[in-house]
Write a protein that binds this ligand. Structure first.
Ligand code: SF4
Length: 319
């Protein structure tokens, strides 16, 4: 099984490196340690601020500039932080995902307060400086904050994206059009749930009728892969895809089986069960009725089953 490479803010389950020398407990990160290769980093400790340390903030003089500033020592650490981010990037050229600690002026992925240099008032919100550099560099990455990953739909989307990207890395390394076409074929139903227009475009790119250079083809495909995952999976589109897939079995299943499946889809629509329940029914049909095209689709197991929490039933998800 493939093991994605995932950056993580070190204070999440790895080290007591927060400004107050504590570690943050995070069940998801702890659980994920068995399935991914984490690359932990504590940007503030690694630029030499020590632990424990006086807090730092983001500040601006009003223009677009952003500084990492430590008020108690009256020191600006922007350049050191940018250098550290550059080093981290050059040591980790292939990164499939990143889990950031929220609200940190270094690691926060959104909504970090930026204070005006003179008035000391919060004037806008930004990413933390390290997170900003990481986001600017990696075009294709599953990046999220710890808190948002408590949400079932966001967590599921993160895992689908993470594992799809990790599988795509194999295609990138191979530089082989057949591998790209196989990747596309096996992800079709999964991508169908996300965006059918982009799916069709990706199909045209992978078929490469214009006989373009393979590197260019893979680059174009990667851009669209990033685009198709830019929005969280909508349950409505997922239901459409389940109904679409049902068409593959119309000559095989009985009216009773169809009714049972549709009941399961309704339960999913009403947040009583997760999408994996109707998908499991369908997956068993693909084997029993010999539908090889669907049997190999990643929609049935986009990431290892073991990662799903018991609480990941999807029950009561707000829609
Ligand atoms: S949020 Fe980032 S900088 Fe702050 S302690 Fe955690 S890893 Fe270190």
């Amino acid at each position: 099984m493939i093991r994605p490479k995932v950056g993580v803010s070190k204070c999440l389950e790895f080290e007591a490196c927060r400004y107050n020398a504590v570690m943050i407990s995070n069940e998801f990160v702890r659980h994920l340690k068995d399935y991914v290769d984490f690359v932990p980093v504590c940007p503030e400790a690694e630029i030499g601020l020590g632990t424990p340390r006086p807090t730092v903030v983001l500040q601006t003089s009003g223009a677009d500039n952003l500084e990492l500033y430590q008020p108690t020592t009256d020191t600006v650490h922007t350049e050191k932080m940018i250098k550290l981010a550059d080093n981290y990037i050059s040591n980790n050229t292939e990164l499939d995902g990143f889990i950031f600690k929220s609200k940190s002026p270094s690691c926060g992925l959104k909504g970090v307060k930026v204070y005006h240099k003179k008035s000391k008032q919060a004037v806008k919100a930004s990413k933390g400086l390290f997170a900003l550099k990481i986001s600017e560099h990696y075009d294709l990455i599953a990046a999220e904050e710890d808190g948002r990953l408590n949400d079932f739909q966001i967590r599921e989307h993160f895992l689908i994206k993470l594992y799809s990207i990790a599988r795509f890395r194999e295609v990138e390394k191979s530089n082989n059009i057949k591998m790209l076409q196989e990747f596309h074929a096996r992800h079709k139903m999964l991508f169908y749930c996300y965006n059918q227009n982009i799916l069709r475009k990706m199909g045209r790119i992978a078929s490469n009728l214009e006989k373009k250079d393979i590197k260019l083809v893979i680059k174009e495909y990667a851009e669209n892969l990033a685009l198709i995952f830019s929005k969280v999976l909508s349950y409505k589109k997922r239901i459409n895809s389940l109904i679409h897939m049902l068409g593959y079995f119309k000559e095989h299943i009985t009216a009773k089986q169809k009714a049972h499946f549709l009941e399961s889809v309704e339960d999913y629509r009403n947040s009583r069960i997760s999408a994996f329940a109707p998908l499991a029914i369908m997956q068993s049909w693909t084997k029993g009725y010999d539908v090889p095209y669907l049997e190999n689709q990643y929609i049935f197991e986009p990431f290892p089953k073991g990662i799903r929490f018991v609480t990941d039933s999807g029950k009561g998800v707000k829609r």
